[in-house]
Every structure is written in C-alpha cells, then in structure tokens.
Design a protein around this ligand. Structure first.
Ligand code: FES
Length: 104
C-alpha cells in the first residue's frame, strides 16, 4: 500500500496508507483527512475532492479526461497547473498532495 502525504493549507501533514485500487478521495474520506469532502462519491459531479499534486510518479497520474478538466473549472479554490480531482487518482507509489483552503 502506498503512503500518501496530504499537506493541509495550514502546513499540517497527514500520512495515510492507500489500499490497492482505492482512490485517493475514498481513502481520505474514510480516514477523515481534513480538506477532502468527496460529496458525489467519485462520480465527477462535485469537485470537492480537489488537490494540488506536489510529487507523484507520472505513472500514477492518468491523463486528465474532458470531464475532470471541466469539473476543475468549478472548484472552490482556483485550479492550478498541478490540480487534480483525487477521486480520479489511484496511487500505486508514494504520492504527496496539498489540499486547498476550502472545498465549498
Ligand atoms: S468526489 Fe466528486 S468529483 Fe471527485
């Protein structure tokens, strides 16, 4: 299980083990990681799972499809080049992401 580090907007780090095959959002919600809401359960309908990728193996960053790209224009905190929706990421290696100040 890869360890993923979530850095909150205030700089606090939280490390979680992501079970194989689970999305970053699912794991974060299950383990109560602050800053990840995941309101739609991963259906690409809410954008409340927005993260900024700090460091990741490129193999764990699938190409962004049109739907994710569109949803990222509706995030509570403006998207950046490193923005992704964590419900679309299923890491197999260690990853580091930052959560935005707010999701709503
Ligand atoms: S959980 Fe809703 S878009 Fe990711």
């Amino acid at each position: 299980m890869p360890i993923v580090t979530f850095t909150a907007d205030d700089g606090t780090d939280r490390e979680v083990d992501v079970p194989d095959g689970d999305s970053l959002m699912e794991t974060a919600v299950r383990q109560g990681v602050p800053g990840i809401v995941g309101e739609c359960g991963g259906a690409l309908a809410c954008a409340t799972c927005h993260v900024f990728v700090v460091d990741a193996d490129p193999a764990d960053l699938p190409a962004m499809d049109e739907m994710e790209d569109e949803m990222l224009w509706g995030t509570a905190v403006d998207r950046r080049d490193e923005s992704r929706l964590s419900c679309q990421l299923r890491p197999r290696r260690p990853m580091h992401v930052r959560t935005p100040e707010t999701q709503q």
